[in-house]
Design a binder for this molecule. Structure first.
Ligand code: FCB
Length: 468
């Protein structure tokens, strides 16, 4: 029988832009997604999302009822500082005070993210993370949040998934500003985000608020599809670019020699360099020293093949199986492993990749004492039949990943908790409302919540700690 530790957190995750809606209420400013999803060609927007802005009391009550004792929420920068860098909006502060209190009253610990993909529009237009001035604005925003909520929020996450942000913005091009195949911009933005994270950690620790702070990375294991040297190399290159570069920056506080060598080799193919300011190595080092935990978001792993050509990417955003293409110049090509099942969005379902990643972090980054799996879940076209949602594949997915975590704990990795993505169905950045992840089904017309079969299963698991 597999049993998770008694104090293990059974959580569920949300993010402001994907859940809140109410984009024009109480003085909220615009983030770049607001503008982007209102362009003529867009088929959905985030104006109402899952109406979490008005329903957080109901949703935290659901958490309590279903055994969920941790919730990831994020604070919309634009509710606190509408233009990102100017005046503070008291109504935004009041709103999150209420939301945080609601979580605590329901006995659900809030894990609060400061940046979950939603840079304020003004700062986005001004270069987003490529502009170092914006990292200063971010740190100011972070400090305002620590000051106002730090008495009650004891778990902080600076930034969610730098890799997804920069890959979406500058490589795949399905996130604004929709730039394609520009690996150097992606690398630079990742470095700047890790520096911003470190600065926010340093500021937090100065305030002696007696809580913990960390960063979340999306960490997908990269395996060679064969034993051929070029395939092994491709896996190493993608791993360095998408995982190791930022793990080094945020957990070790410096880029190891082998990491830097590979990154510079990749950049050379684009005739580009990485720009590191004089004071940044010191900031990264201090930030890593003070960092308390790492959040691991995990959905899939990838299988790599050597590739010498130009970049070519087709992002399967519609759930049409077998349509993805992902080849990066100077890195490698993701290929299908016939032995491994995928979701309709071509994401390989591979719990062992999570186990491998957790164990690897323990071995390669021994200073990282504490981990959470801060997102994991299955995007699925749920069917709502007579008020019931029988999401068996999702239960199976979560079960296998929880078992992989338990195995990692047995192997000595200090994983303290797990957060299902997502608590209720929310907006998906590139799929709108068709790709559902929630434990609770949302009827987006009425905003009514319905527990899926997975919600009942999760409750039983959270209460018994037994994976079955
Ligand atoms: C992650 C994001 C999250 C959600 C899931 C499916 O990359 O952190 O907001 O969209 O993917």
């Amino acid at each position: 029988m597999e049993r998770l530790p008694e104090d293990f957190i059974f959580g569920a995750a949300t993010a402001a832009f994907q859940a809140e809606g109410a984009v024009n209420e109480d003085g909220r400013g615009k983030c770049y997604w607001d503008e982007y999803l209102h362009r003529a060609e867009s088929t959905f927007n985030g104006d109402t999302a899952s109406d979490f802005y008005h329903k957080y009391r109901e949703d935290t009550a659901l958490c309590r009822e279903y055994g969920i004792n941790g919730i990831r929420i994020s604070i919309a920068w634009t509710r606190i500082i509408p233009d990102g860098s100017g005046k503070v909006n008291q109504k935004g502060i009041d709103f999150y005070n209420d939301m945080i209190n609601a979580c605590l009253e329901a006995g659900v610990e809030p894990y609060v993210t400061l940046h979950h993909f939603d840079t304020p529009l003004e700062l986005f237009k001004n270069g987003d993370w490529l502009n170092r001035e914006n990292t200063e604005h971010f740190v100011r925003f972070a400090k305002i949040c620590f000051e106002n909520f730090g008495d009650r929020v004891k778990k902080w996450i600076t930034i969610n998934e730098p890799w997804s942000v920069v890959a979406g913005q500058y490589i795949i091009g399905h996130f604004p500003p929709n730039i394609k195949y520009d690996v150097p911009k992606a690398v630079q933005a990742m470095h700047n985000m890790c520096t911003a994270h470190a600065k926010a950690v340093i500021e937090y620790k100065k305030m002696n608020l007696n809580g913990e702070i960390g960063i979340i990375h999306i960490l997908e294991s990269k395996y060679p599809i064969s034993e051929k040297p070029e395939d092994i190399r491709a896996a190493l290159l993608e791993d360095t670019l998408a995982n190791k570069f930022m793990l080094d920056a945020s957990l070790k506080g410096s880029y190891s020699e082998s990491t830097m060598q590979i990154i510079l080799e990749i950049l050379e193919k684009y005739d580009a360099k990485l720009d590191i300011n004089e004071d940044e190595p010191d900031i990264l080092r201090k930030g890593a020293e003070l960092n308390d935990f790492l959040g691991v978001n995990y959905y899939a792993s990838h299988f790599l093949k050597g590739y010498e050509g130009e970049t070519e990417i087709y992002h399967n955003g519609t759930g049409k199986k077998g349509t993805s293409i992902f080849r990066i110049k100077g890195v490698g090509e993701r290929v299908k492993n016939p032995e491994i099942e995928t979701t309709d969005w071509d994401w390989p379902i591979y719990p062992k990749g999570l186990y491998d990643m957790l164990v690897r972090i323990k071995n390669e980054y021994p200073d990282c004492q504490k981990l959470y799996v801060t997102e994991n879940g299955m995007g699925y076209k749920d069917e709502f039949i007579n008020g019931k949602i029988e999401d068996i594949p999702r239960i199976d997915y979560i079960k296998k990943h929880l078992a992989a975590i338990n195995q990692a704990i047995t192997a000595g990795v200090n994983v303290k908790g797990y957060f299902v993505w997502s608590l209720m169905d929310v907006l998906s950045w590139t799929n709108g409302f068709n790709k559902r992840y929630g434990l609770f089904y949302v009827d987006f017309q009425t905003q009514k919540r319905y527990p899926k079969k997975s919600a009942y299963w999760y409750k039983e698991t959270a209460e018994s700690k037994v994976i079955k």
